[in-house]
Design a binder for this molecule. Structure first.
Ligand code: SF4
Length: 370
């Protein structure tokens, strides 16, 4: 065979392979799809409420952690109408422990908006969904593909990994995102608006979480192994390429665990900003420059506290933009000691009902020696 015809033949095989990928992916999904509480069984229609709720919960949290929270939410609020009637405080309490609390506030605002402005029915287009609180481009694409069969490809971290390996994308994240998005869209099957776009997206999500894992991908089991460029080169784990990460500077502060008999002194954070609307024990400011002496000066003014007891060790927590170290001080006050303005006493036995973020759970456990 002449060299040019051999080359033509090869490019034809590659093109045919590329065209067959969407079907291979769907075929694999039909046999190996994960069973997830929010996912309908094969042949059933997806419930937009379940898809939306799970996608918001999964934004910064893994499937295992989300499962019980999802079940709790749908048991308490079986549809978006019911969630739209709940109070924000109730939703925050139910969300406590899941982290990234702005999601809970947006979840509530979104349910209220769907109930009030859309008659309790989610809009079925990406544009309509994006107009709702807490729904960004990824979540809008995911809901419109999975719940409404729109021909669009949402790209999450799992899909980024699969696609960057499949095509050996050299550009680092996050600059590579538009390219990865375009390449991911080539894995959608041919078809109109009613295609199986949601299944194609979920197939890639499942592939990324169970086979094309960050370390030691199980390429032998992958339906795309035959035409994966990273696999052919043997450097799968080098993808996706990532730009050097900038982490925020360490912040420091003090937290004050004060008990009055079987009660604990707490306050509610302001609505806006980090952990907005959540419950906390009083703390100093958190800043890179904070030292022990100035942090202690910000202790709550309570009658009868002659001396704060500094607990050994530190409580550490990592937020998205900065790590935090807190010194914990404890004190006991007499019965009938009044809470300072803006604070309140709550029984330790009912703390589980408070909207306590994880960092505060750690602080309270440390301060009470639990
Ligand atoms: S062949 Fe391996 S690296 Fe390539 S997509 Fe499949 S699991 Fe990922």
């Amino acid at each position: 065979m002449a060299p040019s015809s051999a080359a033509n033949k090869k490019s034809q095989i590659v093109a045919e392979d590329a065209a067959a990928r969407p079907a291979r992916l769907l075929d694999w999904y039909d046999r190996h799809r994960r069973r997830l509480p929010w996912r309908p069984l094969p042949g059933e229609r997806a419930d937009p409420y379940a898809v939306w709720l799970s996608e918001i919960m999964l934004q910064q949290t893994g499937v295992k952690t989300v499962g019980p929270y999802f079940e709790k939410f749908v048991t308490r609020w079986p549809d978006v109408e019911a969630l739209g009637r709940a109070s924000l405080d109730e939703v925050l309490r139910m969300w406590a422990g899941l982290g990234y609390y702005s999601r809970a506030r947006n979840l509530h605002a979104c349910a209220v908006a769907v109930r009030r402005d859309h008659g309790g029915v989610f809009p079925d287009t990406e544009q309509g969904l994006r107009a709702l609180p807490g729904i960004g481009p990824y979540t809008a694409a995911a809901i419109s593909a999975i719940a409404f069969g729109r021909r669009t490809m949402p790209v999450d971290g799992n899909i980024e990994r699969v696609v960057s390996r499949l095509f050996a994308v050299e550009a680092p994240l996050p600059q590579a995102k538009p390219l990865i998005q375009a390449l991911a869209a080539t894995l959608l099957g041919a078809g109109d608006e009613n295609s199986r776009a949601g299944d194609s997206a979920q197939a890639l999500m499942d592939l990324g979480s169970s086979i094309c894992t960050p370390k030691k991908p199980a390429c032998a089991l992958c339906p795309l192994t035959g035409d994966c460029l990273a696999r052919a080169r043997g450097d799968q784990e080098a993808f996706p390429r990532k730009a050097a990460k900038k982490t925020g500077a360490l912040r420091r502060g003090a937290a004050f665990v004060v008990t009055r008999g079987a009660e604990l002194l707490v306050r509610t954070r302001g609505e806006k900003g980090l952990l907005g609307g959540m419950t906390e024990v009083p703390t100093s400011d958190w800043s890179a420059a904070q030292d022990d002496r100035s942090a202690l000066k910000q202790a709550p003014a309570l009658r009868g506290v002659a001396r704060w007891h500094r607990k050994a060790g530190l409580v550490t927590h990592v937020f998205t933009h900065f790590p935090l170290e807190l010194v914990v001080y404890s004190a006991k006050v007499a019965a009938r000691t009044r809470a300072p303005a803006g604070m309140r006493w709550v029984p330790v036995a009912t703390l589980a009902d408070e909207a306590l973020p994880n960092v505060m759970r750690k602080v309270i456990a440390h301060g009470l020696g639990l």
